[in-house]
Design a protein around this ligand. Structure first.
Ligand code: CP
Length: 288
């Protein structure tokens, strides 16, 4: 069964319990803040009947005493069947995967990747439209530092979609990502303003400006608040437009938008549990 079909099956169990992961332990190692990814992974494992150990904050672990990342991973590997890791350094999850025998799932590494979020986003589109092929998808906001954009573009490169990249010039995707898109023959246009693209969109995917990843605070100050989705900016949108956002939201989506027929970001976040249940099953194996 494919990931999306398995996730749809898991939706039936996302408020009940299975026993498919009985006896299995998942270690959570998050070196950066998280609400949704950490808690949806934990919920997913618990719903599957497994158990979770959480390294806690860096300050609460022996990292605070100077222990290195490799030794920390070796320890988690000896305790758990699966490691879910978020780290501020690009490539950290890959490094951990080279050390550990247990599978390592990347829950976000620096500005590089957030693959399980991208799987969730694509799954949400598939659940909403019954397909991904043929969709016109706008990305709006910080397309330079938002790691999920890298991952979601990679997922969407498997489908026939048209992308609209909406951002201030300084927050356009990095050259490597644009090269990737050209290399894959992906169709895309760049826009400075949402108004240029909103009428044709099936999906509008908004990302916050990633303050913590700007190398220069002055650069952040120049773009802060430059994109804000309001009722006014949605004028001309199709009735069927859906708005996604990986969350957390800061100030880039007006609260009034939450009440529109377009808003799907809270549903999207909720689907993180069945999607990650499916992913854990696919990674660790196991039948009901
Ligand atoms: N979407 C996402 O990664 O949210 P958290 O940072 O809360 O995990």
């Amino acid at each position: 069964m494919g990931l999306f079909q398995e996730a749809q099956e898991m939706e039936k169990h996302s408020k009940s319990s299975l026993s498919v992961m009985n006896g299995k332990i998942m270690a959570i190692a998050f070196f950066e803040p998280s609400t949704r990814t950490r808690l949806s992974f934990e919920t997913a494992m618990l719903r599957l009947g497994g158990r979770v150990i959480d390294m806690g904050s860096v300050e609460a672990s022996s990292l605070a005493k100077g222990e290195n990342l490799a030794d920390t991973i070796r320890m988690l590997d000896s305790y758990a069947d699966l490691i879910v890791m978020r780290h501020e350094l690009e490539g950290a999850a890959r490094f951990a995967a080279e050390i550990a025998d247990a599978p390592v799932i990347n829950a976000g590494d620096g500005a590089q990747n957030h693959p399980t979020q991208a799987m969730l986003d694509a799954y949400t589109m598939w659940r909403e439209f019954g397909r991904i092929d043929g969709l016109s998808i706008g990305f709006m906001g910080d397309l330079r530092y938002a790691r999920v954009i890298n991952s979601l573009v990679q997922v969407l490169s498997l489908f026939d979609v048209k992308l609209h990249l909406i951002s201030p010039p300084s927050l356009r995707p990095r050259a490597e990502l644009l090269d990737f898109m050209r290399g894959r023959g992906m169709r895309f246009e760049m826009h400075d303003q949402l108004e240029e693209a909103v009428e044709g969109l099936d999906v509008l995917y908004v990302v916050r400006i990633q303050k913590e990843r700007f190398p220069d605070p002055m650069e952040y100050e120049r773009v802060r608040g430059s994109f804000r989705l309001t009722m006014e900016s949605l004028r001309g949108a199709r009735d069927s437009l859906i708005i996604l956002h990986p969350l957390p939201r800061v100030d880039e989506v007006d609260f009034a938008v939450d009440q529109t027929r377009h808003a799907r970001y809270f549903k999207q976040a909720a689907l993180g549990v069945p999607l990650r249940m499916a992913l854990i099953k696919l990674v660790l194996g196991g039948a009901e």
